[in-house]
Write a protein that binds this ligand. Structure first.
Ligand code: HEC
Length: 289
């Protein structure tokens, strides 16, 4: 991994929304790929289709809670075509939505499960889904929606793993990209695994020392969560937040993942370690009331 740490591949999909044209025709999709030599290659959607033929995939959509069919690219094969095997040596895939919201998913997760970069919903004129989880609301998916074959391979259908409106994909290594939240090099393996699990399941809402998103509080700065919540309570909270706060919007730790118990322990080990590594956030963070 180390000798490849400098290899930085940035893959950006830029959307040109032409005003005054119907939605379906208005989207010109350009795929931008940047490597560590700062070279940029761009691809249109039709070029992408030539590089790798799209397929139809059937998923249990987590928004609609029913089976839907989408057309898109098997994302691992797309990465393979664009980079060769190099992408597998990266640590994380960082997806950025049209609103700037970032989703991080580890490369290992892509290797374990089958993801697809969808750009069309079958039997539907619009590329949207209805979010039936709270009040029904329409969610725009354009330009890309990351989906997972959870029909043939049951696994996490936590919404944070299904980012919509994806316009940019970047393959990154942690220490380079997220110096504030990366545990020290000499940390034990459970802490390192916990960091990856945290990136997969927590940072979509929380930050550590300001790295991550700010839909919910920073779990390390200025106060580490384990400085005011004991471990037993934290465990109950992560396992099923509604057992403690019935109307919380924080999701339970996903049930259908490998080594669920171990991953929870690892996250706790990571949080404990980070208490000793408070670093001043580069931006303002949400704090516990
Ligand atoms: C979808 C967003 C989301 C995700 C993902 C998420 N959380 Fe939360 N979390 C929240 C929200 C919102 C709250 C505030 C609780 C409330 O008021 O409902 C919260 C609260 C917490 C708290 C309590 C903090 C306090 O001061 O009371 C802890 C601890 C916590 N989260 C840890 C985690 C960990 C660890 C993960 C990953 C396993 C995680 N969260 C994933 C949204 C999220």
């Amino acid at each position: 991994m180390k000798q490849l740490a400098h290899l930085k591949i940035v893959l950006t999909i830029i959307i040109l929304l032409l005003t005054g044209v119907g939605i379906a025709q208005s989207v010109g999709v350009i795929l931008q790929i940047k490597d560590n030599n700062k070279q940029i290659r761009t691809f249109s959607l039709s070029q992408l289709k030539m590089i790798h033929p799209p397929t139809v995939v059937q998923v249990l959509d987590p928004y609609e809670q029913q089976i839907q069919q989408y057309r898109g690219f098997a994302i691992n094969a797309l990465f393979e075509s664009l980079y060769g095997d190099n992408w597998q040596q990266q640590e994380e895939v960082l997806l950025t939505g049209m609103d700037g919201y970032q989703t991080a998913i580890s490369v290992n997760y892509f290797l374990q499960y089958k993801g697809f970069l969808a750009y069309e919903k079958l039997d539907s004129p619009q590329f949207t889904v209805t979010n039936n989880l709270l009040q029904p609301t329409l969610v725009e998916l354009i330009p890309f929606y990351l989906i997972w074959d959870n029909v043939n391979q049951p696994h996490s259908s936590q919404l944070s793993q299904w980012p919509d409106q994806v316009m940019s994909i970047e393959l990154v290594t942690f220490a380079e990209k997220f110096p504030q939240m990366t545990p020290p090099e000499e940390s034990s393996n459970d802490v390192k695994r916990g960091f990856i699990a945290f990136r997969n399941f927590c940072q979509n809402c929380h930050s550590i020392n300001g790295d991550g998103n700010n839909r919910a509080i920073d779990l390390n700065y200025p106060i580490n969560v384990m400085e005011y919540m004991d471990e037993a309570k934290l465990r109950i909270w992560l396992n099923k937040p509604t057992d403690i706060l019935p109307d919380t919007t924080m999701p339970a730790f996903p049930y259908h993942i490998k080594n669920r118990e171990q991953q929870l322990n690892d996250i706790i080990a990571y949080l404990k370690t980070m208490a000793q590594y408070k670093r001043e956030p580069a931006r303002e963070v949400l704090t516990s009331p």
